[in-house]
Each structure stands twice: as C-alpha cells, then as structure tokens.
Design a protein around this ligand. Structure first.
Ligand code: 13P
Length: 248
C-alpha cells in the first residue's frame, strides 16, 4: 500500500513568522493517515524541522546540488539538507528546469545525490501548454520520467510529481480524465522499469490544487497525493487539502 502524501512547496515565499502554520497543521492532523511535508526555502529548513520534531508534519527542501561538497557558491549539498532534519527534497521543478536550464540528466544526478544522503527525492515532470496542445504530453512526460528517475528507485527513495507547467499558479487544472491518463501511463512506465517495486512509488499531481478541487483529483486512481504551491502557504488552505486526502 502506498501511503498518501500531501507536500507543500513554498517556493520563494514565507518567512520565519510563517513557520507558525506548522504548529497549526500538526495540531489539526495529529492522526492523519497521510504523510505531510512542507518545503520552505533553505534558510527555514532548520527552524522548520525543529518546530516539527517527530510530529505529523515533515520538512523538505526545494533543490539540492549533485555534488556532496565543493566549490559551488550558493548551492546546497543534500547531506547538509539531511542534517537540518529535512527528509525530502524536490528536484527538477519546472521553474528550475526553465529558469536554471536543468536537464533530465542533472535532475537525475540531483535525485541520486538526495537518495545517497538518505532523503526521499520528489522528482517533478510535466509538459508545457504547447506540448499539450500538440498532442505530445504523454511522450514528453515519459521521456522526462525515463531521464530523471535514478536506477534502483523504490517507494522509500522516490516520489514522482506530475505538474503540467500550464496548471502551475494559473488556477487552471487538466480535466480529471487527462490527469488519470497521465498517472496511469506513469504507473505503467514505473512498473515496466522497476517491476513490482514500481507499484510502491507514489505519484503526486501538482498545479493549482485548492481545497475546492482536491477531492476530485484525489479520487483518481494512481493519484497518491499532491504537490501544492500557493495553497500550502497558509494552514487554512492546506489543511482542507490534507483532510480531502485523508478522506480519499
Ligand atoms: P500552485 O499550487 O501554486 O499552482 O503550484 C504548484 C507547484 O508548482 C508546486 O510545486
């Protein structure tokens, strides 16, 4: 059985004061049946992990470097992220693929570094609007999955997040049929590559997930949770999404 996962990606938002929401979330979801993760900017990882302790909310980072250490000004090694108490790291988010030119090979190397440091890598993939309209979505996503996911991945080391670029921060989501088609295809690819182990790898949907649309998305087969941006910044928005996942 795959344990469901509600992950919040704060992107370059939040402050020391916003960490108060972690206590609110923990109090509201003490008996949650899903994993709950908040990924704040790097400087907040340590205080966030301290606040979360061994409670129901866990902490993740938004990126890591491929190398364990070295002359990489401004970058952060996965091992140091693990030292903060974080358990997850997002790699290959479309905003990094676009703004920092990250390739599938780099994303895969980052995921490998994360896993080597004992973290669970949340590998993001997703098509652009042009690719979707040209009928290329499934091909693009499969190629990204093949190129970005490390060999030997398991449900403990890897989560895959399908985030169509055109749904991120736009308020638009694919139809439930489109999400179902992609997730079924991703599951088939993972099982094709990893056998039964591929059945244990969690698949998240991300892109404009809100309290209003969460239940419909979570009812889709092979949607094991969500990677949430804007609606993860406040407990009052993220909490109903977690509740919808719990109820699914
Ligand atoms: P929004 O939920 O704000 O659309 O962001 C999705 C996302 O990019 C999460 O990684």
């Amino acid at each position: 059985m795959r344990r469901k996962l509600a992950a919040g990606n704060w992107k370059m938002n939040g402050s020391r004061a916003s960490l108060d929401m972690l206590e609110t979330l923990a109090a509201a979801h003490r008996v949650s049946t899903c994993d709950i993760v908040i990924c704040p900017p790097h400087p907040l990882l340590f205080p966030a992990a301290k606040i979360c302790g061994s409670g129901p909310v866990q902490v993740g980072a938004q990126d890591c470097h491929t190398a364990a250490k070295g002359a990489h000004t401004g970058d952060t090694a996965a091992g140091l992220i693990a030292e903060t108490g974080a358990r997850y790291v997002i790699v290959g988010h479309s905003e990094r693929r676009e703004a920092h030119g990250e390739s599938d090979a780099q994303v895969r190397a980052k995921a490998e570094a994360a896993i080597a440091a004992g973290l669970t890598a949340i590998v993001c993939i997703g098509e652009s609007l042009e690719q979707r309209e040209a009928g290329e979505a499934l091909g693009v996503i499969k190629a990204q999955l093949a190129g970005s996911v490390p060999d030997g991945s398991t449900g403990a080391t890897l989560v895959v997040a399908y985030e169509p670029i055109w749904a991120i921060g736009t308020g638009k989501i694919p139809t439930l049929e489109q999400i179902a088609e992609v997730h079924a295809s991703l599951r088939a690819e993972l099982v094709g590559r990893f056998g039964d182990t591929g059945k244990g790898i969690r698949l998240l949907y991300g892109g404009s997930v809100k309290p209003e649309n969460a239940a419909g998305i979570f009812a889709i087969a092979d949607v094991d949770g969500a990677l949430v941006g804007g609606a993860s910044l406040k407990a009052e928005d993220f909490s109903p999404i977690i509740a919808a996942l719990d109820a699914s």
